[in-house]
Design a protein around this ligand. Structure first.
Ligand code: UDX
Length: 431
């Protein structure tokens, strides 16, 4: 498996056993045999925030070239593309058909649909099999094919894999049927809303910290309000990953093209940028001069259960610390290999364990809330360090437990209590 995604290997094995999956690099045969052709290519950002559609364009042309007149086909866009790209796909498929079948293009029938993807990395399989909703944007002829295709998922009548049983109480999945443009917009609006929601939690957390309130209690207090909802309100070091930043930039770009400035989305990006600086500020408050110190990072991936490092806060934090003359130790259960490969210029000292990372460090920063970190013996970690300072960037640890273990603990949006000793009594202070 070229990426780390829980259960993906098991799912592919299952598909292979049932004879249901092939991997091929030649589009012609599968496109000719299929009723629905999904485009799921990458749509990266350009420096202007605009989406780079070159992969989508190439895919649409090749699909057109591979089509024949044996049946009606739906070209389904799964990639996140700027509003209006459905029309572009249609034009390019037609172009592909014209190039490959001059004179015959009228007999080749197809439609374009939008079926945006809402899965989260780390729980991608569960999100795909047991989704909150399915969004279909298409005309009636395409819609019929898609309804049939998704029937088992909508009715939840497929046999759930043993490694990922169906959640209790899960029944019919709601289907939103709409136009192509609205479906494309739903994807952007959903990601923008989630990013704004997390940004809001971070803003409130920063105020909580100043007034002595506990952001976690505040978030569970507001999350119980059905209009707000408890999910995606965890304050931390800011969101990362391949979607939120890219999608907000793209939506801002679309809005600008139509003469609209979205101040709220601009603020969401700005709040997130600032949130990532918090670790450095907190370390400076505790240690004053950072040059020459050793800082241990626990976690590199942008979130747990993935090895994805795209827009990961850990990279920015490590880069800033290295620029400041800090020795950066890091441990991540899965993402170290990709970090080494993709970012060879980041002179991080990769460690075999959290304990090795903590050895003689001046501070420990929890960047990614991997489950296994929650079970760490904090007293043991504290003893290994020069100074037992813990910046918990994801509020993973109980502050009291960490303080009892000897740490000078600070989380995000959590009140500062009477500080525990920062110097490890077992090791002579080097300040
Ligand atoms: C996101 C969307 O959730 C998904 O619907 C879309 O299809 C792709 O983009 P993903 O980026 O895989 O999914 O992960 P997600 O779980 O949304 O987390 C994104 C970032 O937000 C992570 O860095 C995570 O640490 C952060 N986050 C999430 C918070 O800081 N607080 C939260 O409460 C939730």
């Amino acid at each position: 498996m070229p990426i780390y995604e829980p259960h993906l290997d098991q799912l592919l094995q299952l598909a292979a056993q049932r004879g249901g999956i092939d991997f091929i690099t030649d589009l012609a045969a599968p496109a000719a045999e299929s009723d629905a052709i999904f485009i799921a290519v990458g749509t990266p950002s350009m420096s202007t925030g605009e989406t780079n559609l070159c992969y989508l364009e190439a895919a649409a042309r090749s699909i057109g070239a591979a089509m024949d007149d044996s049946r009606f086909r739906v070209v389904v866009n799964k990639s996140t593309v700027p509003v209006g790209s459905g029309n572009l796909v249609e034009t390019l498929v037609r172009e592909g058909i014209r190039g490959a079948h001059p004179g015959n293009q009228k007999r080749i029938r197809f439609g374009v649909a939008s079926n945006p993807e809402f899965l989260r990395e780390g729980c991608a399989i569960a999100d795909s099999l047991y989704p909150d909703r399915i969004v279909l944007g298409a005309g009636e002829e395409c819609m019929q094919v898609l309804r049939e295709l998704y029937q088992l998922l909508v009715e939840q009548s497929f046999e759930a894999p043993v490694f990922l049983p169906r959640p209790a109480g899960m029944s019919r999945v709601p289907v939103v049927t709409t136009t192509l443009t609205s479906a494309e917009m739903i994807k952007y609006a959903a990601n923008a809303f989630l990013a704004v929601k997390i940004g809001f939690a971070n803003e409130i957390a920063n105020i909580c910290e100043r007034v002595g309130a506990d952001a976690l209690e505040v978030m569970s207090g507001i999350g119980l309000d059905g209009r707000i909802g408890a999910r995606f309100l965890n304050p931390g070091l800011g969101w990362g990953g391949s979607c939120f930043g890219k999608d907000i930039q793209s939506l801002l770009h679309t809005a600008r093209e139509y003469g609209y400035q979205s101040r709220m989305l601009e603020a969401a990006l700005e709040v997130n940028r600032a949130q990532r600086q918090l670790v450095i500020q907190k370390l400076q408050e505790k240690l004053f001069i950072l040059k020459g110190r050793t800082i241990a990072l626990l976690g590199l991936a942008f979130k747990p259960e993935t090895d994805d490092l795209r827009d990961a806060p850990a990279l920015q934090i490590a880069e800033r610390l290295l620029q400041m003359g800090v020795r950066v130790n890091a441990y991540d259960p899965i993402a170290m290999e990709s970090c080494r490969l993709i970012h060879p210029n980041l002179k991080i000292h990769y460690c075999e364990s959290p304990q090795e990372a903590a050895e003689e460090a001046d501070a420990l920063v929890l960047v990614t809330e991997w489950k296994q970190f929650a079970g760490l013996d904090l007293a043991d970690l504290a003893k290994r360090m020069c100074r037992a300072i813990l910046v918990d960037g994801r509020n993973l640890f109980d502050p009291e437990v960490a303080r009892r273990a000897g740490f000078d603990y600070s989380g995000i949006g959590r009140p500062q209590r009477a500080a525990a000793r920062t110097d490890n009594p077992a090791i002579p202070s080097t300040i």
